[in-house]
Design a binder for this molecule. Sequence first.
Ligand SMILES: O=P(O)(O)O[C@@H]1[C@@H](OP(=O)(O)O)[C@H](OP(=O)(O)O)[C@H](O)[C@H](OP(=O)(O)O)[C@H]1OP(=O)(O)O
Ligand SMILES: Nc1ncnc2c1ncn2[C@@H]1O[C@H](COP(=O)(O)OP(=O)(O)OP(=O)(O)O)[C@@H](O)[C@H]1O
Length: 287
Amino acid sequence: MDSDMLLRVRMDKDGEGCIDSEEEYDDVIRKILPWLNPAQFLSVDNDQLKALDPDNAYHLTTSAQVTENLIKEYDLVVEIKPKWASLPNPLSVGLRHSRMKLKCSFQSERLFSESRQEQLEELSGLIDGDSKFLTVFSKGRKVRMDSETIAGRLQEALNDSGVMRAIKYYQLYSDPLDIQHIYPLVKDTNTCNPSTSFLRGVINKIPKHPGLPTWGDLKAFGGSLSGEELLYLYSLSMTLRDVSVLVRLSPETQPKVKVVDADYKCLSRIHKWYESDCKLNNFHATG
Ligand SMILES: O=P(O)(O)O[C@@H]1[C@@H](OP(=O)(O)O)[C@H](OP(=O)(O)O)[C@H](O)[C@H](OP(=O)(O)O)[C@H]1OP(=O)(O)O
Ligand SMILES: Nc1ncnc2c1ncn2[C@@H]1O[C@H](COP(=O)(O)OP(=O)(O)OP(=O)(O)O)[C@@H](O)[C@H]1O
């Protein structure tokens, strides 16, 4: 395969079996994130898997994608894992911490701010602090660069593309009531993933309007959904929280923005997410 393309083979994450149809899921997620890197789906046979991973150390699955290599020989590509972390809904639970504060000082919500200055400051901090959430590639290799050289162009590219706004919009609507509110529903339902067509139906219920939703909008939306629907959307919110955004900066052409790694997170992780939320906010997990 030439260097313009990449073969991406999935790992079987503890047999979690994430989604029933990769193609259909791709179509669903692309509707809300049109920046998703185009992928052509294929299946890899067992001989090919053995050649890729002879000892089966990675538990690769036979479902694979061929996709454009977004890093390769380009002069400058920046990868950001923006980890959008909603400050939880004050209408349902009062003032709480954003999830990212658990890990580090990265104030990811500032990357999604309406204020250019806040975005710039946060991006500059990630660049100069050599954060694991931002990587600069030149000619396919990781390089160090200072914020003065790239932060401004990066901020503009992110802003102009609308990608951060879309992540924020759908993240807010897919986590309208906080995990503390929806976790008790787990006992009444199972934590198997939805079928892709069910997920499509739930995502289609998300209102579409130009501005960001208010907490009142979110409360009304959350209140209109069933427990199952809330749980399925919560996994989507965790999925959106973990995507990577790749920005190709070039002096000659317009910046190119792409999103990768939007695989649906298995709902069975809900227990882990609940525990980390309890820890972060000093709540006591209920059994
Ligand atoms: O919960 P977190 O914040 O530790 O997120 C995990 C990420 O850690 P990070 O915060 O980026 O250092 C973690 O990233 P790293 O592997 O640490 O780069 C993964 O993205 C993980 O998801 P998955 O198991 O690959 O599907 C992520 O797990 P999920 O929370 O999305 O299940
Ligand atoms: N199309 C692409 N072109 C170039 N690099 C890519 C592309 N897609 C992904 N990558 C690189 O590979 C890294 C891992 O991608 P991704 O998260 O999708 O893989 P994964 O197998 O799900 O890994 P993980 O489980 O650690 O998240 C990305 O952070 C990015 O640096």
